[in-house]
Ligand binder design. Structure first.
Ligand SMILES: Cc1cc2nc3c(=O)[nH]c(=O)nc-3n(C[C@H](O)[C@H](O)[C@H](O)COP(=O)(O)OP(=O)(O)OC[C@H]3O[C@@H](n4cnc5c(N)ncnc54)[C@H](O)[C@@H]3O)c2cc1C
Ligand code: SF4
Ligand code: SF4
Ligand code: SF4
Length: 394
């Protein structure tokens, strides 16, 4: 029977909950809204399946995946679709092909109340909801069983998610049913707290006295590299913020297992891995126009077969593992040393308190910002004077 003694050892993929035929496991949220399995000993028959299915360890199953992926930099040729994708649109081209050929696609989408859950798309309207990165851990409850039902019915299924979600799904689905399942794993920095996100939404709606009708974590209109969140309200107002991304990228609001991630390497679990192609030379046209470039790694024969079917939709450039080796393919992200204080403060005092203390809402943040700006200005003045005073030819 599964028992989580240390949070860092569970990524919340739901494979154990899904496989238990006795409904002995339920996924329950902690104070930050991250889900963990809780087993009911009175229902458990000690079959051991939940422990066996768990892939959050260094020897996770890789089936027939290649030891080293084939690497491409790519971008959708269709400029409009490119701008509607988070990076170069690697996901859209493949997913659209599935839908057009009668398949179904799973991925992370917002609910009507702006929670992030894994949802199924059977048509292009539903597929639209899966686009763009949501920097919140997606709630997977029910998704694995739904994928299995679809495969049983003979549907072709594309599942997209973080590597830990893909590893959990592939272990849960019996190997004999894998032939109609293609998995895309996304390169992953870590996932932030669902409850902080929900409280943030509630705070914004109260503050601006209107319901949010559109939310975006990394709005491409402000450049592909930017981390500006944008929100549009029912009353027509639109705002840009950084609060959520600031808490996320500083490693404060991240799930504990992300700092202990087993998948930050080139031994990928998906058939295809997609991410942002960071590290493009500054003079490259892809870097200059700031419209995004995808990294795509082909990790299996199945991935290669599907990629060949959609390749025409992209501008494709061959690359290699050395050129695409960003930190998230080498080691896990660091958890902020402030994380446990943050979690306690959040549990005791709520969203606004932590947004002021750790985020960009309070006087502390503005004071730090002013000090840093002043320091930078002084540094620039000293540097300029130094250059001026330098004798010619030195
Ligand atoms: C939490 C998170 C962290 C990331 N960290 C990195 C990183 O460190 N380095 C890097 O190169 N790329 C990272 N990415 C991936 C990158 O930002 C793009 O999502 C990816 O390149 C796909 O972009 P696209 O243009 O192909 O398609 P899009 O259409 O924009 O991509 C959407 C895809 O992302 C999936 N997705 C979105 N939100 C989530 C979520 N919360 N959980 C699971 N799946 C989700 C959807 O299911 C879909 O498959 C991260 C994405 C997320 C969600
Ligand atoms: S050991 Fe078997 S019955 Fe018990 S919780 Fe795990 S899967 Fe369920
Ligand atoms: S990592 Fe997944 S399978 Fe393992 S205990 Fe956590 S939820 Fe269960
Ligand atoms: S960093 Fe690792 S453990 Fe965390 S969500 Fe991403 S793949 Fe899963």
């Amino acid at each position: 029977m599964i028992k989580i003694t240390e949070k860092k050892n569970c990524c919340g993929c739901t494979a154990c909950e899904s496989i238990c035929a006795h409904s002995a496991i339920t996924m329950q949220p902690d104070a930050l809204g991250f889900l963990y399995p809780i087993a009911d000993a009175t229902k458990c028959v000690e079959c051991g399946l939940c422990e066996k299915v768990c892939q959050f360890h260094s020897n996770y199953k890789r089936y027939d995946n290649y030891n080293e992926p084939t690497v491409y930099a790519l971008r959708l040729k269709d400029g409009e679709q490119l701008m509607r994708s988070q990076s170069g649109g690697a996901f859209w081209g493949i997913a659209r092909h599935f839908i057009d050929n009668g398949g179904v696609v799973y991925g992370a989408a917002f609910t009507e109340t702006w929670r992030v859950t894994h949802q199924k798309a059977s048509n292009t309207d539903e597929l639209e909801k899966l686009r763009m990165s949501k920097y919140v851990q997606s709630d997977m409850r029910g998704a694995f069983k739904q994928v299995k039902d679809d495969l049983r019915q003979g549907l072709t299924v594309l599942f997209s998610g973080t590597a830990c979600q893909v590893a959990g799904l592939k272990a849960y689905i019996p190997a004999k049913m894998h032939s109609n399942l293609l998995c895309i794993d996304i390169i992953c920095h870590g996932v932030p707290s669902p409850r902080v996100w929900e409280d943030y939404i509630a705070y914004l709606e109260k503050r601006y006295k209107s319901k949010i009708v559109k939310a975006c974590f990394r709005d491409k209109r402000y450049g592909w590299h930017g981390a500006k969140e944008t929100f549009r309200f029912e009353n027509g107002k639109e705002i840009t913020k950084r609060t959520s991304n600031r808490l996320y990228f500083s490693g404060i609001s991240m799930r504990e297992s992300c700092a202990n991630c087993k998948f930050t390497n080139l031994k990928r679990v998906g058939d295809i891995t997609v991410g942002d192609f960071w590290g493009i030379p500054k003079d490259s046209p892809y870097e200059k126009d700031k419209k995004g470039l995808s990294l795509a790694m082909i990790n299996s024969d199945k991935g290669k077969e599907w990629f060949n079917k959609v390749k025409e939709q992209y501008i494709v450039e061959e690359s290699n593992t050395a050129d695409c080796l960003q930190p998230q393919l080498q080691y896990p992200s660091k958890m902020s040393p402030l994380h446990s204080n943050f979690a306690k403060d959040y549990a005791n005092n709520g969203f606004l308190f932590i947004a002021k203390k750790y985020g960009d809402m309070g006087w502390r943040y503005h004071m730090r910002k002013t000090i840093n700006r002043t320091k930078m200005l002084i540094y620039k003045i000293i540097w300029a004077l130094h250059i001026k005073e330098k004798p010619k030819g030195v």
